[in-house]
Design a protein around this ligand. Structure first.
Ligand code: MG
Length: 452
């Protein structure tokens, strides 16, 4: 079991992420990704600890004999796009995504632009724990050059522009309110949409690692100012990103929150209308994704919960689109990272044809209900496993991640141990809210009995 790697990188506060830790972990990553002579990209988000940890990461990578290209402050999807553009061996991004300001993390990406999962992270941890061998550290005459590359954001924006109908957007000139969360999208998105002729009003566009405007996770509760502004200003839509710009949610023209799974479903519809092919999502994602794939005659593939697993499966099956329910969509024509710029651009293109509320109304409709029950770390996996055995006769069980049971009336429930917290999570989906609540409650009782 990985000690430091979670589902997507090594995350923590500064008591864990000391410069010593970061330097040694980055040396281990440098060796793992090929060692001496490889080119690794290095970037960070807007957090106050970013510059300090960037210095430590740089020293670690150079010590592994890697040449390092520093991209500066960048959204995570820009880094993933840049790995492919520069044909780099990998990348390190210092970002804690949507976590509070006192957190940070090392997010590692391989040469295919796929984030390093917990399992692959264990290999890096082994090098870290043993101490990177002296023979694999650069000698004085093996230390590689350091490059600065200042236009990664512009490159990424140009690639996204090439993938959308810019003339349609320029003709229609939609009015957009953009909430950049004081994160990295502040330096990309306002300029991007202005250059397409959109009327742009910004909230929290100034990059600030204290995140003074709002918490960086784009939940409905956190984006109250955006919800009110869209209606007040008569805008066509509102867009809110998380701190590192891989996740995005929307507000429709009536001021209503459009949750992440709807954004993924819309993106899937848009992607499959352009090119048919396999779709990948996690076992805890709405059946709306399956319905859209089936209607388009495309195959669905399910994977474990976590961005790296989506990307790995997409690469394996040659998927044309993939994503997760929180509003992260992967567009393989750009990279295998969840891309909040590409997603936003594709949805803005679509709302030039019809209002967002209409687009959302045209999606398959499901209702969900979720909760989490506290459970001791030594018991959580065992409790879920014992439940899996008892549920064989209840419906069709899937055990890709936790246990998911699909019922003949198209409702389903998933029970899984949280990978990062001491909880068992229960999520139910059905054709009505009542049925979803009922299903969730009946599994709460079962899990309670399993925990004992
Ligand atoms: Mg994020």
């Amino acid at each position: 079991m990985a000690k430091y790697f979670g589902t997507n990188g090594a995350r923590g506060k500064l008591d864990l992420l000391t410069p010593e830790f970061v330097s040694r972990m980055c040396t281990a990553f440098g060796i793992w990704s090929g060692g001496k002579g490889n080119n690794i990209l290095l970037a960070r988000d807007t957090r106050t600890s970013g510059e300090m940890l960037e210095g430590a990461a740089l020293a670690g990578l150079l010590s592994a004999g890697c040449s390092v290209t520093m991209l500066g402050i960048c959204p995570s999807p820009t880094v993933e796009f840049s790995v492919l553009k520069h044909k780099a061996s990998g990348a390190v991004t210092i970002t804690a995504s949507h976590n509070p300001p006192d957190w940070n993390a090392l997010k590692f990406v391989d040469s295919r632009s796929i984030a390093v999962s917990r399992e692959r992270g264990e290999e890096i941890e082994k090098i870290f724990e043993a101490g990177p061998p002296q023979a694999q550290r650069a000698q004085w005459n093996e230390i590689q050059p350091l490059h600065h590359y200042a236009t990664a954001c512009a490159d990424h924006a140009a690639a996204v522009k090439a993938a959308i109908d810019t003339s349609l957007i320029k003709r229609r000139k939609p009015k957009l309110v953009l909430d950049c969360a004081n994160g990295t999208m502040g330096q990309v998105c306002p300029q991007f949409f202005k250059s397409l002729g959109c009327e742009v009003i910004t909230l929290n566009a100034q990059m600030d690692g204290h995140f003074p405007g709002r918490p960086s996770e784009p939940t409905e509760a956190n984006i109250g100012e955006l919800l009110a502004s869209v209606k007040e200003l008569g805008a066509d839509t509102g867009i809110a990103w998380d701190g590192d710009g891989d996740r995005v949610v929307f507000v429709d023209e009536t001021g209503k929150f459009v949750i992440g799974d709807k954004i993924f479903a819309l993106s899937e519809k848009i992607a499959l209308a352009q090119k048919k092919g396999p779709v990948v999502t996690t076992v805890s994602t709405t059946n709306a994704i399956r319905d859209i794939a089936e209607k388009a005659g495309c195959k669905m593939h399910y994977c474990r919960i976590g961005a790296p697993y989506i990307s790995e499966e997409m690469a394996r099956v040659g998927a044309v689109v993939g994503g997760e329910e929180v509003g992260g969509v992967v567009w393989p024509s750009i990279s295998y990272g969840k891309d909040g710029l590409m997603t936003a651009a594709k949805i803005v293109e679509a709302i030039c044809r019809q209002p967002l509320s209409n687009l959302v109304a045209g999606l398959p409709s499901y209702f969900n209900s979720k909760t989490k029950l506290p459970c001791a770390p030594e018991r959580k996996y065992g409790a879920v496993a014992s439940l899996a055995g008892k549920l064989q006769d209840k419906g069709k069980p899937t055990t890709i991640d936790g246990v998911r049971i699909d019922f003949p009336d198209d409702s389903w429930v998933i029970v899984r141990a949280s990978g990062t917290e001491n909880y068992i999570r229960i999520f139910a989906e059905a054709k009505s809210q009542e049925k979803a609540n009922e299903l969730m409650q009946s599994y709460v009782r079962m899990v309670d009995a399993a925990i004992g």
